[in-house]
Write a protein that binds this ligand. Sequence first.
Ligand SMILES: [Zn+2]
Length: 432
Amino acid sequence: MYTYILKCSDNTYYTGWTTDLRKRLNAHNRKKGAKYTKPRLPARLVYWEYFRTQSRAQRREWEIKQLTRKEKENLINQNLKNEGDVLMEKTLRYTIDQLEKILKIPSPSGHTEYVKDHISKELNTLKVNYLETHKGAIIATIDGEETEEHRTVSAHMDTLGAMVKEIKSNGRLKFDPIGGYMMNSVEGENCIIETYDQKQYTGTFFTTKPSVHIHSDAKKTERSVENMEVLIDEKVSSVEDVEKLGISIGDFIFFDPRTQIRENGFIKSRHIDDKAGVALMLGMISDLIENDKKPFYTTHFFFSNYEEVGHGASASIPEKTKEFLAIDMSTPGEGQNSTEFHVTICAKDSTGPYDFGLRKKLVELAKEHKINYKVDLYPYYGSDASAALRSGNDFKAALIGPGVYASHGYERTHEEAINNTLKLGIQYLLSK
Ligand SMILES: [Zn+2]
């Protein structure tokens, strides 16, 4: 839902709300809009705000209508928009919507079937050709103007998780982590344990000394995997009780992502790394398809499925790929240049510097299209591009992504970072 302001031909402002900016603007200009705008056409869309509910959009409409002309002008000038932004707005909403859906679908490395189903359905809806590799990655392809040299863009659909390692004699579960995370970041976290037959039980991660009223050393207990366990929400107190549920060694454990999309643009959830990248690739694809744009080079969109454990995009990179762009989170925090509002172009990570020429090209594109960007280094990080290079591929590689605070914990980013990454990604696809 949007609250919007039109600038009419007599320089007055009209404020309204709508579900679709483009349709509503067209309606106004075909004299099918409001009585006020009819004799004052053409009208230009100069401002909008997005809300998740109609009541909030209507409330904002009322608030804006109380503003003086000067106050309205200040509001508009703070955030100047043009017609091109209306098209991007639609792609952004699609991307955020996809992100919210994907965040809620469990997909730890090794068990990415559910998210793969979702991505496949979405690609079918967009009518894009794709294939599945032996390893289980998805590669969607869109033909470009130039078909002899190709580009590959990647994001990983797998996330952190855990696996049942041992059923303890007290009916609790020992687990083995999938991917790298701090135990304090999962302490107290709810989860789902999925059995071999896809039966699901809920549970919670605790230390083995979870209560300050019982354990004098509860606070000091080291948060290590040895001192952690999963409590199943069932009446179980022995190995047999747990086995009766159908739970066995090797079952996957999914973290509760606790996804929250706030109206002020903040996005909080587990696994924004790299579901934001997956949603961004779908957003880029939808932007090309819906707006009839052709990428300059034939482009492959690689949804990898083992990145968190190190060998994500290490195989099956389409042969003609001469450039590889990984879309994965950046790391804002102390000593870092990245933020939760910019797209970051990575200069170097733990695997070494990315291709300098390609990095410069991305910086130039960001400057040219007024996209808010930062350049940063991630000393303890490797991406799908690193995996692909290490496995012997010959191409130039780059890494871009939205800033994700508290990575591999309960993460946070902002819609602005998603939007900036989306814009840079699309400009890259269209560029020579
Ligand atoms: Zn990642």
